[in-house]
Design a protein around this ligand. Structure first.
Ligand code: MLT
Length: 403
């Protein structure tokens, strides 16, 4: 009997578990401390009323023998897939089929599980810094090679995204097979425009690579030339898979609903990835509950859309408060415009974790150390706009005191 030894290669815990542990230890040692949490990107506004009303109706249906439902379809109910298609794609001029949409319990799980349909020998390209799930799941799957000094893995191709690159990755200089892109980006909060994304689509088509495009923060886009979906770019259907989520859009972090789009045109070695994923999901996943999918469908109702816009506007306002507040204190700040994340340079070249400790110990504000997202994140720090408006304002007032 042997375990999957790839798990032993991962030395750290999941980033947000480490932060939670540190904060818990601090609050046990300082029970009266009033901590403001702007670390993990977890929402704080309640679900839109249109969503909870739809969920209540669905609960009543489940109570009645005539309308009760058992297992949901593994790939999502038709009513939700067609609402997604109509509103998130057709409305933006993107033609996809409902059976190219797979409803799931989260973009995080899909981004991790998608590796099941790819060979272990594929070369993976990742941005640095990056959402740790892409890296860790590929380490678990055996694609990483060994951990090098400096925190990078020997078999991954790294694309630094720093101030010097305007936080955009450069096209790979060698062949890569799987490319993870996340825009608007977690953690830097920076977006990519259509012209830049087109270069990636062309690269992937020319090199037979597959882009895994995480668009979980799409709802925060305000600039016209920033695509909401990679499928707005010509040629993307033959090289890209897109992950979308209701978590940050409609407050579903605790409710769990997302979806992944895999066009039929996307083929590797002549095989449709759509068919492989359909098979994978049918075998390993039993679908999202009827109640949750009715809630997600309501996001696209007139009322739902209005309520979602209000919630996003609330967080966008927090993002401005953090961005402008830090700027006026002399910090170098990025992101925040098309994103709920604010990415800042630590003062006096402090290490990211040093700055984390400073904020926690001196002013009881929790953020996320940039180095937790990869070596190129060292010297940076992430704050989220997902807190309450009052607490966000207070966090900046407290940070001003350190200055
Ligand atoms: C984050 O803080 O980066 C997000 O909450 C991660 C996630 O969505 O899983």
């Amino acid at each position: 009997m042997k375990i999957n030894e790839n798990f032993l290669k991962i030395q750290n815990n999941y980033l947000f578990s480490d932060i939670a542990k540190k904060v818990k230890a601090y609050s046990e040692a300082n029970p009266d401390a009033d901590i403001i949490r702007l670390g993990i990107g977890d929402v704080t506004r309640p679900l839109p009323k249109a969503v909870t009303d739809a969920m209540k109706n669905a609960v009543e249906e489940m109570e009645d023998e005539a309308t009760f439902r058992g297992y949901p379809p593994e790939w999502g109910y038709d009513f939700l897939k067609s609402a997604i298609n109509k509103n998130d794609f057709a409305a933006r001029g993107v033609a996809i089929c409902d059976d190219e949409i797979f409803v799931s319990d989260g973009a995080k799980s899909d981004c991790g599980n998608i590796g099941d349909i790819f060979d272990v020998d594929n070369v993976v390209a990742v941005c640095d810094p990056i959402y740790p799930v892409y890296v860790d799941t590929n380490v678990m799957a055996g694609r990483s090679g060994t951990l090098l000094d400096g925190g990078r893995w020997s078999n991954f191709y790294y694309m630094p995204c720093t101030k010097e690159t305007n936080f955009l990755p450069a096209l790979p200089e060698k062949h890569v097979d799987i490319i993870y892109l996340c825009f608007p980006n977690n953690p830097t909060g920076m977006a990519i425009n259509k012209t830049e994304l087109k270069k990636w689509v062309d690269y992937a088509n020319e090199n037979g690579s597959v882009i895994l495009y995480d668009a979980a923060y799409e709802a925060f886009i305000v600039e016209d030339d920033v695509p909401h979906s990679i499928f707005e770019i010509d040629g993307a259907k033959t090289c890209a898979i897109e992950f979308r989520s209701f978590s940050k859009t409609a407050g579903f972090t605790g409710t769990r609903c997302a979806y992944t789009v895999i066009p039929h045109e996307l083929k590797v070695g002549g095989f449709e990835l759509n068919a492989l994923w359909a098979r994978r999901q049918a075998t390993k996943f039993n679908g999202v509950s009827y109640i949750t999918q009715r809630g997600a469908q309501a996001v696209y109702s007139d009322e739902g859309k209005k309520q979602v816009r209000e919630i996003i506007g609330y967080y966008q306002n927090n993002a401005k408060v953090i961005y402008n507040g830090l700027k006026s204190l002399g910090y170098e700040v990025f992101g925040a415009v098309n994103s709920p994340y604010i990415w800042l340079k630590t003062p006096d070249n402090m290490k990211s974790w040093e700055f984390f400790d400073l904020l926690l110990n001196k002013v009881q504000v929790v953020g996320t150390p940039g180095s937790g997202f990869g070596p190129a994140g060292e010297g940076y720090f992430r704050l989220t706009a997902f807190g309450s408006a009052d607490r966000t304002k207070e966090a900046i007032e407290r940070i001003a005191k350190i200055n």
